[in-house]
Design a protein around this ligand. Structure first.
Ligand code: FAD
Length: 281
C-alpha cells in the first residue's frame, strides 16, 4: 500500500465518512442512534470543470433523496465554489437554487459552508435571495475582522447562522491572527446571536465557548445546536446529546478530501489535537 493509500485510509476512517453517499448515510445512522443529527457535506471546492460541477449538483440531489428515503435526521452543507462560483456567480446561484428547491420539497435543511474571504460577498448575496422562504442557513467565521458587520446584516435578514472560528489562511488585514482574538470575537458573535436570533448553531470543539453558550441559553431559551466535526471530540458531542442538547456532527464524504484533510492538519498546536483526534476522537 502506497503512502497515499495509508493517508487516505487513516483520514477516510477518522474525519471523512468514506467515498460514497452510502458511507455518509451509514455514519448518519450511527449518529442518529446516539441522538445526534448529521450535517452531510459532499466534499468539493473551487470546481471549474462543468462536468465536475454538474456531478456535484446531482450527487447533492441524490443525497437529499436518500436522506428522505431513509428518514434520517440530517441536513446538508454545500460550498458554493463546488456549485460553480469559481466560474460565475449566476451558475452558482442557479445550482444552489435547484438544490434548495429540492431540499425544501423534502423538508431538508441546507447550509452554505464559509470559504475563503474573496467568496463572501457573493455567497451572502446568493443566500439572501433564499433566506425568506426558510430552510437555509449560512456559516460565519469569527476570525474575520468584519464578521461583526456581517452578523448584523444576517440578523436583519433573520438568517440561520452557524458560527465557526474559520479554517482558511487569510491575511492579517482581513482576519485575526491569534486564537485569543478569534475566540473573543466568537464570544461577541455568540452574544449577538443569543440577543437577536431564534435559531443558530455553535460549531466548535471549544468547551469553554460551549459552556458559555449553555449558560446564556438558560436565560435566552433559543434553539441552539452544538456542532462538531466528524472524528473530533465526538465522545464529548455524544455526552452533550445524552444530556439533552441538540447536537450535530459535520460528516464529509467523497473522494476530493485532500483540501479538507489539510485544513484539519493545519489546525496547529493542532498537531496535538489532530493526534488526539486520530487516537480517540
Ligand atoms: C460543524 C462545523 C462546521 C464547520 N464549517 C466550517 C466552514 O463552513 N468554514 C470554515 O472556514 N470552517 C468551518 N469549520 C471549522 C472551524 O472554522 C475551525 O477550523 C474548527 O472548528 C477548529 O476550531 P474550534 O472552534 O474547534 O476551536 P480551536 O481553537 O481549534 O479549539 C478550541 C479547543 O477545543 C478543544 N479541541 C479542539 N480539537 C480537539 C480535539 N481533537 N480533541 C480534544 N480537544 C479538542 C481544545 O480544548 C482546543 O483548545 C467548521 C467546524 C465545525 C465544528
Amino acid at each position: 500500500m502506497g503512502i497515499g493509500n495509508v493517508f487516505e485510509r487513516v483520514f477516510a476512517g477518522k474525519w471523512i465518512a468514506g467515498a460514497r453517499i452510502s458511507d455518509a448515510i451509514r455514519r448518519t445512522r450511527q449518529l442518529n442512534a446516539l441522538g445526534e443529527s448529521a450535517i452531510i457535506n459532499y466534499i468539493g471546492e473551487s470546481l471549474t470543470d462543468k462536468r465536475d460541477i454538474a456531478d456535484a449538483v446531482s450527487i447533492n440531489l441524490r443525497l437529499i433523496r436518500e436522506i428522505r428515503k431513509e428518514k434520517l435526521k440530517a441536513s446538508i452543507s454545500l460550498k458554493l465554489t463546488a456549485l460553480g462560483l469559481s466560474v460565475s456567480k449566476n451558475l452558482a446561484r442557479k445550482n444552489y437554487g435547484r438544490i434548495v428547491g429540492a431540499a425544501r420539497r423534502q423538508g431538508i435543511f441546507v447550509w452554505i459552508d464559509a470559504e475563503s474571504q474573496d467568496t463572501i460577498e457573493d455567497v451572502i448575496s446568493i443566500y439572501e435571495g433564499h433566506v425568506r422562504k426558510g430552510g437555509v442557513g449560512i456559516c460565519l467565521q469569527s476570525y474575520l475582522r468584519r464578521s461583526g458587520h456581517l452578523m448584523q446584516r444576517l440578523i436583519k435578514r433573520k438568517a440561520v447562522v452557524r458560527i465557526v472560528k474559520g479554517a482558511y489562511k487569510e491575511s492579517s488585514k482581513i482576519a485575526f491572527e491569534t486564537r485569543k482574538e478569534t475566540t473573543e470575537n466568537y464570544r461577541m458573535l455568540m452574544r449577538e446571536a443569543f440577543a437577536h436570533l431564534k435559531e443558530f448553531t455553535i460549531a466548535t470543539h471549544d468547551s469553554s465557548l460551549i459552556g458559555e453558550a449553555m449558560e446564556l441559553n438558560r436565560s435566552h431559551r433559543r434553539r441552539v445546536t452544538y456542532a462538531m466535526l466528524n472524528g473530533i471530540r465526538n465522545r464529548y458531542a455524544a455526552s452533550l446529546a445524552a444530556q439533552g442538547s441538540s447536537v450535530a456532527i459535520y460528516v464529509p464524504f467523497g473522494t476530493r478530501w485532500i483540501g479538507y484533510a489539510l485544513r484539519r492538519l493545519r489546525e496547529e498546536s493542532h498537531l496535538i489535537l489532530v493526534l488526539r483526534s486520530l487516537l480517540g476522537g
